[in-house]
Design a protein around this ligand. Structure first.
Ligand code: DP6
Length: 326
């Protein structure tokens, strides 16, 4: 492995059935399966170069040398690849997001999906999609869902071998749009990695885990049948259940801001009056409003009128992680 380089691009994703809590926090074996859609407008572009002249790993994020915490996480991930190949070169990693940093939009999914493909390729490995998804999971759980295309299901599995994501429908299967309403650009107080281990402390997590197979089934079918009503109902239920777990864990996590709640009320009212929309929220205050592409202008206009909405970023279903250099 001498001076090998590769570049990859990957989309972020939004989960409709959520991942919250792990059976194994080290390998990121989740307590439940999850279902997501890749976000075609939110991508990370990453180049990895293994270089015999380096004495440690280096990371630049959007052109700036990165903090020690982010570098450590990337370095730990690269160590998995070094162990696998038996070749112990350090790497220069350069990663750029096409979406503004600090908007509170999660970037670990697209970041670790792109890093998995770029680093494994640069290290001389040619991994099948399932293997790449398993590898990406070790960097960030949700990243395993950014490897396959379009609408994706992460099969929880029980161990490192059988926990990975697969595509359940290609991007052009359903003309959905995700309009993310940004209500806060602050860094979240408790990141997902610190949040997952708290899930078990909620009295509601066991119930959530028991109900998820049913939610996965309903959501998968709703996507396959393009049944928006069924999809909206299960997506909001699953989101509310995850936030109920967060709010009742010890310590309790409350990610919502007043504007988050205003959007929830608005989306429910719009749907009642006939506009096919629903909401879902990750570990932060921003709201993903899911609707049909033909209604994008109407959705963004309505969101822009809600006090507290600072910015709206819309994405259609995105493709698989892919190489950008060959
Ligand atoms: C609320 O994948 O960011 O967005 O595995 O620790 O990197 P780590 O966590 P992460 O968790 C995502 C949590 C979520 C729900 C989801 O995307 O399914």
């Amino acid at each position: 492995m001498s001076d090998r380089s590769a570049t990859a691009i990957s989309c972020s994703n939004i989960a409709f059935i959520k991942y919250w809590g792990n059976r194994d926090n080290v390998c990121r074996i989740p307590a439940t399966g999850s279902i997501s859609m890749n976000l075609g407008s939110l991508t990370t572009h990453t180049t990895v170069t293994f270089d015999a002249a380096l004495t440690r790993d280096h990371l630049t994020l959007n052109g700036n040398p990165s903090s020690s915490q982010a570098l450590q996480r990337v370095s730990d991930f690269l160590a998995l690849i070094r162990k696998r190949t038996g070749q112990f070169l350090f790497a220069q990693v350069s990663s750029e997001n096409n979406f503004p940093m600090g908007t509170g939009i999660a970037s670990s999914a697209s970041a670790f999906a792109a890093l998995s493909l770029a680093a494994s390729t640069a290290a001389g490995l040619t991994l099948e999609e399932v293997e790449l998804s398993r590898l990406a999971r070790r960097g960030s759980g949700s990243a395993c869902r950014s490897i396959p295309a379009g609408f994706v299901e992460w099969r929880a599995g029980h161990n490192d071998d059988d926990s990975y994501a697969v595509s359940i429908a290609p991007p052009d299967h359903w003309n959905l749009i995700d309009c993310v309403a940004i209500v806060s650009q602050e860094h979240k107080s408790t990141g997902s990695s610190d949040g997952h281990p708290l899930a078990e402390s909620s009295p509601l997590q066991q119930t959530r885990v028991q109900q998820t197979p049913q939610h996965l089934e309903i959501c998968r079918e709703a996507i396959l049948q393009r049944d928006f009503d069924a999809f909206a109902k299960v997506t909001e239920l699953d989101c509310n259940l995850m936030h109920a777990v967060m709010m009742t864990s010890n310590p309790a996590l409350l990610y919502w801001q007043p504007a988050t709640l205003s959007i929830i009320h608005a989306v429910r009212a719009w749907r009642q009056f006939g506009l096919p929309v629903c909401y879902t929220i990750d570990a932060g205050p921003n709201v993903h409003v899911i609707g049909l592409q033909k209604d994008q202008d109407q959705i963004t206009k309505r969101l822009a009128d809600i006090p507290g909405v600072q910015k709206i970023i819309c994405s259609s279903p995105g493709g698989a992680a892919h190489r950008a250099d060959g």
